[in-house]
Design a protein around this ligand. Structure first.
Ligand SMILES: [Zn+2]
Length: 210
């Protein structure tokens, strides 16, 4: 992951009085901490917020370290779905999610290095940001219910919900939805990731999408 030291340091702009580089960045951790590890620690945020769109509502959750977004997902397969099937799906889904979302845009402000926005999905078995049931496919999927027929493109769409993006396709039950028919990952699972889908991530760290 890349980081802007100058950008992360803006965290301290409102602080008055002496700022000790040693006390702030290097004390309180064992061993010989690297400056990089300390800056990552200072930059790390757990982001949680509720999303409500049309008749749908959910909670977005993820970890953000400057321009790096990490989402911990626990997959719970239905009985009868083999370990081998799940291993294949995890690889397919992770590759598609990370390739589609990463390195499309950067964040930065004038005078600060531009850092590519990158995404990591971690398949874990506890302390998840999101729980996903996996059923035998084909079926209709949503953020918390996937199936064995889901392509990487579908997984990338559902991952978009996990960090707060609503659907962008027309829905007869959601006549007020806007925008729709955008041709993006949140519309038709395409490889199109527009800048506006990154705006919240930049705002989270007081930066701009580049
Ligand atoms: Zn959706």
């Amino acid at each position: 992951m890349s980081m802007s030291v100058r950008g992360v340091a803006r965290h301290f702009l409102s602080q008055t009085g002496p700022l000790s580089v040693y006390a702030t960045f290097l004390s309180g951790v064992g061993g010989n901490p690297t400056l990089r590890a300390r800056i990552e620690s200072i930059a790390r945020q757990e982001i949680t917020f509720d999303v409500s769109e049309c008749t749908y509502s959910w909670t977005a959750r993820y970890e953000q370290i400057w321009s790096h977004v990490r989402v911990r997902v626990q997959l719970d397969p239905d009985t009868g779905i083999s370990a081998a099937t799940m291993a294949t799906l995890r690889t397919t889904w992770e590759n598609a999610i990370e390739n589609r979302w990463s390195n499309r845009w950067s964040i930065g402000r004038p005078g600060e290095v531009a850092c590519p926005i990158t995404f990591d999905v971690q398949w874990i078995t506890n302390n998840a940001h999101h729980l996903v049931r996996v059923q035998a496919g084909p079926a209709r999927s949503n953020m918390t219910l996937w199936d064995t027929s889901d392509t990487g493109a579908v997984a990338a769409h559902e991952f978009g919900h996990m960090h707060g993006n609503p659907d962008e396709y027309t829905d007869a039950n959601c006549s007020m939805r806007t925008p729709v028919n955008t041709g993006t990952v949140m519309d038709n699972n395409s490889n199109n990731i527009p800048q506006r889908l990154m705006q919240r991530l930049a705002t989270n760290v007081g930066s701009n999408v580049l």
